[in-house]
Design a protein around this ligand. Structure first.
Ligand code: ASP
Length: 350
């Protein structure tokens, strides 16, 4: 227990501190954002399998976090880890483990994916998800689906049952339902909390606290195969039709056994523009960088442009890292050595 986080290395980022001093305008003059320094937490190399998950790197203000909520977040993360762990510890596939973890996070209304997803400006849910298999870089993604209970299942259907990588809109949902993905009404995803958040965001247009979230998982299994998945409701009050980074291969997700697996969360437009997930894997593959170092470079670029967020990474050698330039990121790790840990803020091990 605790080994991963006990061996964490916390790195403050001087260049991002400079970015903090210069508030940037993310969307015209609508929103002024302060970028936090990047926190990177690198674990030791796993001997066998490792699973890392996240539940979003949105602005989680401690003042708004009750003890009750905090416990619920940790519990949700732990349940997701346990679902993946049950597969990996029995010699199962990384791909099955990350899907199992993400399904639980999608079903948990505390996180912005599946049930509990944020609402668009017109009060609907449009969900994005992706999945990628590091064995052959096969990938599947869906964007803007409204009736698929578990969008990650739809993404996997695209990957395995079509010759395409990405489907969008109603046709994406119909394709997924045709391959067994459970259908729900769009209202299934709605919670009172997200309705209130939409109201607040539409009214103030500056409220960041409720805008974010995404879930994701990356695993390496006992055979050294890597897989990654990301699923999200996007950003509160997004324009209908807007697609973020989460379903974009190379931006919000990437997996290649030769480099690494990545799942990202954050202000999607910046993650798309800078190709965050692929940048990290390419640096690991070609420059032999450690995951935390590669992640920091990618997030620095995002911050330079005015964006923020975080990533979870597992490299081809099994080394894992969490990095974020937000005050926190819901996250967790499970590994073959018995590690089972969840964290929310930038704290080192307790
Ligand atoms: N990346 C997601 C998006 O832009 C949101 C998030 O992760 O907070 O849709």
């Amino acid at each position: 227990m605790l080994q991963h986080f006990q061996k964490t290395l916390l790195v403050g980022c001087a260049s991002l501190l400079a970015a903090c001093a210069q508030p940037s305008s993310a969307q015209g003059n609508v929103e002024v954002q302060k970028i936090e320094p990047t926190t990177t937490m690198e674990s030791k190399t796993a001997q066998e399998w490792t699973l890392v998950i996240h539940g979003g790197a949105g602005v989680i203000q401690r003042s708004q976090m009750t003890a009750e909520k905090e416990i619920a977040y940790h519990k949700g993360l732990e349940e997701a880890l346990l679902a993946g762990q049950a597969i990996l510890a029995n010699g199962g596939e990384a791909l099955d483990a990350i899907e199992a973890s993400v399904i639980l996070l999608e079903n948990n209304p505390a996180f912005n994916a599946g049930r509990g997803a944020v609402l668009t400006a017109s009060g609907e849910h449009e969900l994005d998800a992706s999945i990628m298999d590091g064995r052959d870089t096969n990938a599947g993604a869906v964007a803007g689906v409204k009736t698929v209970k578990n969008p990650v299942v739809a993404a996997r259907a695209v990957m395995e049952k079509s010759r395409h990588v990405m489907f969008a809109g109603d046709a994406a949902a119909e394709f997924a339902h045709g391959h067994g993905a459970e259908r729900v009404e769009n209202s299934y995803f709605t919670t009172d909390q997200r309705k209130a958040a939409l109201k607040r965001v539409l009214k103030t247009r500056a409220e960041k606290a409720d805008k974010r979230g995404t879930v994701g998982a990356v695993a390496i299994d006992v055979r050294g195969n890597i897989a990654a998945a990301t699923s999200t409701g996007g950003m509160t009050a997004k324009m209908p039709g807007r697609v973020g980074d989460s379903p974009i291969v190379g931006a919000g997700v990437y997996a290649d056994n030769n480099g690494c697996g990545v799942s990202a969360t954050g202000h999607g437009e910046y993650f798309i523009r800078t190709g965050v997930a692929k940048t990290i894997c390419t640096r690991i593959e070609l420059l032999n960088e450690a995951p935390a170092a590669a992640a920091k470079v990618a997030l620095d670029k995002v911050a330079e442009l005015g964006g923020d967020g975080g990533v979870i990474v597992i490299s081809k050698t099994g080394e894992s890292a969490f990095a974020f330039n937000t005050p926190g990121m819901f996250r967790g790790v499970a590994a073959a050595d018995g590690t089972l840990e969840t964290r929310i803020y930038g704290e080192p091990a307790k």
